[in-house]
Ligand binder design. Structure first.
Ligand SMILES: [Mn+2]
Length: 281
């Protein structure tokens, strides 16, 4: 029997998933380190401790399965507007070359320009957001572009039809008000009863903050929040996703907080299963 999952004719029909590094962490409110993540994730993807196959038999090194556009060039990381413009342009360039962007943060602030670029090209976009945190602050410590704010910036522009959040367990009164203001569909951990299928009509962007995982599964993150998901929970939800992915990101890996390369391996596992999700629809 032929391996299920890889139909070479279908692989590029919707655009090859394409890695794009966004090595930026100056919008982090707590720790630096996620700027080192794109290199760490690429190294983990090549780590011989595992192989290059997804669980449903896609070889991510086979032609057309996963491309790599390198890192966004950030000449002056202290110039926030220039950083955001460069990330938005980098993501747009991936789409315009026929790829589907899979951006590697970086802190979560990079999702705002990345989603802007995708939403402009995919009307009716749904964003599926895995995170311990809602990241819906209007501003955080005086910074409207902090990694605590990207989904407020995304939602107030009105280009995203639905925002679905999973894994949230740190809502403040302000963020609850923002959830109501923007009509966010939140699946909080306090109501968790196991993995479920997220279905969305139309194009979907998936933003995966690795701190959605319980700190027992990953040390290399800046904001460990107990009471989270297992690696298996997230992988299963990626596999059950009933949606067409047009873009994604994996953010907030902090290699400086990792006591071994293992958190990078967790991030790489997520990247692989996201690649599979891109190819499933
Ligand atoms: Mn988070």
């Amino acid at each position: 029997m032929a391996a299920r999952g890889l139909d070479p004719a279908a692989v590029t029909a919707r655009g090859t998933p394409t890695l794009l590094g966004a090595p930026y962490d100056l919008a982090s409110s707590h720790l630096r380190g996620p700027a080192l993540a794109p290199a760490a994730i690429r190294a983990a993807l090549a780590n011989p401790s595992s192989n290059t196959w997804t669980e449903d038999l896609l070889d991510i090194t086979a032609p057309g399965v996963l491309a790599d556009a390198g890192d966004v060039s950030l000449p002056d990381p202290t110039d926030g507007p220039a950083v955001r413009a460069a990330i938005e342009a980098g993501v747009a360039a991936v789409i315009e070359r026929g790829g589907r962007p899979l951006t590697l943060g970086g802190d979560h602030s990079i999702s705002y320009p990345a989603i802007r670029a995708v939403a402009e090209r995919h009307p009716g976009l749904t964003v599926v957001h895995f995170d311990a945190h809602s990241d819906l602050y209007d501003e955080f410590e005086g910074d409207r572009y902090s990694h605590a704010c990207p989904f407020s910036r995304v939602m107030e522009e009105g280009r995203v039809a639905r925002l679905i959040q999973v894994g949230i367990r740190t809502i403040s009164a302000h963020q609850r008000a923002q959830i109501d203001r923007f009509g966010v569909e939140v699946h909080e951990m306090r109501h968790w009863s196991g993995p479920f299928a997220i279905a969305a009509a139309g194009p979907v962007y998936l933003s995966l903050d690795l701190d959605v995982l319980d700190p027992g599964f990953i040390t290399g993150i800046s904001h460990p929040e107990p009471g989270g998901l297992s690696v298996r929970d997230v992988v299963t939800m990626l596999q059950r996703l009933e949606a067409t992915l047009v873009g994604a990101d994996v953010v907030e890996l902090n290699p400086r907080e990792d006591s071994s390369p293992r958190s990078g391996l967790v991030a790489a596992k997520m990247v692989k299963e996201l690649v599979a999700a891109f190819h499933r629809r």
